[in-house]
Design a protein around this ligand. Structure first.
Ligand code: ZN
Ligand code: ZN
Length: 199
């Protein structure tokens, strides 16, 4: 199969790079026995015979353009996926795995701390929508208007009365009165609103 190996750059030690057309995923393409195939699969077959049924070729070097048969190992789909995950350097949302962001969960899977914190914040907001840090009436979950907040702060009602009157929980009334919620109306920056505003 000279026609095949002519398209391979073996000059570099290690990876043998495919020099002809590649597909969108970066795998070399080659028409073999009338079928368009991935070049690394052709390289493997030319050297070792057909890929064993049910198995996929894993690029041990991680270079999809490489067709060096010594860099290809037939593995099961599950194993291939497991290896691909282990090789990933970012979470599925693109946050790089670093000592700070990488968490290994109790199943041994790698998780991202940034995403996990975001999910747990969102869960909290679902349960306590009024704790959302979006400001005041812009917050779609806000039940109060700015005028009502001013009225609550005037303090003519007890917390329980005000909660009942405005249809929010008692907690919210005290958050408003201490400036932990709707602090921007008092000129309190969200940073100095304390721990609650951090979720
Ligand atoms: Zn390689
Ligand atoms: Zn993430």
């Amino acid at each position: 199969m000279e026609r095949f190996w002519n398209k391979v750059n073996r000059a570099a030690k290690g990876c043998w790079l495919w020099t002809a057309t590649s597909n969108r995923l970066g795998y070399g393409q080659f028409k073999y026995r009338g079928r368009m195939m991935r070049a690394h699969i052709v390289a493997f077959e030319l050297s070792n015979g057909p890929v064993p049924a049910g198995l996929e070729l894993d690029h041990l070097c991680g270079n999809r353009a490489c067709v060096n048969p010594a860099h290809l190992e037939p593995v099961s789909h599950a194993e291939n996926c497991r290896r691909a995950k282990a090789k990933r350097t970012t979470c599925r949302n693109g946050h790089p795995y670093t000592a700070e962001t990488l968490i290994i969960n109790n199943k041994g899977a790698r998780c991202c701390r940034i995403c996990r914190n975001k999910y747990s914040r969102e869960r909290q907001w679902k349960e306590h929508p009024h704790h959302r840090p979006l400001r005041g009436a812009i917050n779609p979950n806000a039940k109060l208007t700015e005028a009502q907040v001013v009225e609550i702060r005037r303090g003519t009602m007890t917390g329980v009365e005000a909660a009942k009157h405005f249809g929010v929980c008692k907690n919210m009334i005290s958050l408003i009165r201490t400036g932990q919620a709707w602090g921007h109306l008092l000129g309190v920056s969200s940073k100095s609103q304390g721990r609650r505003s951090s979720f």
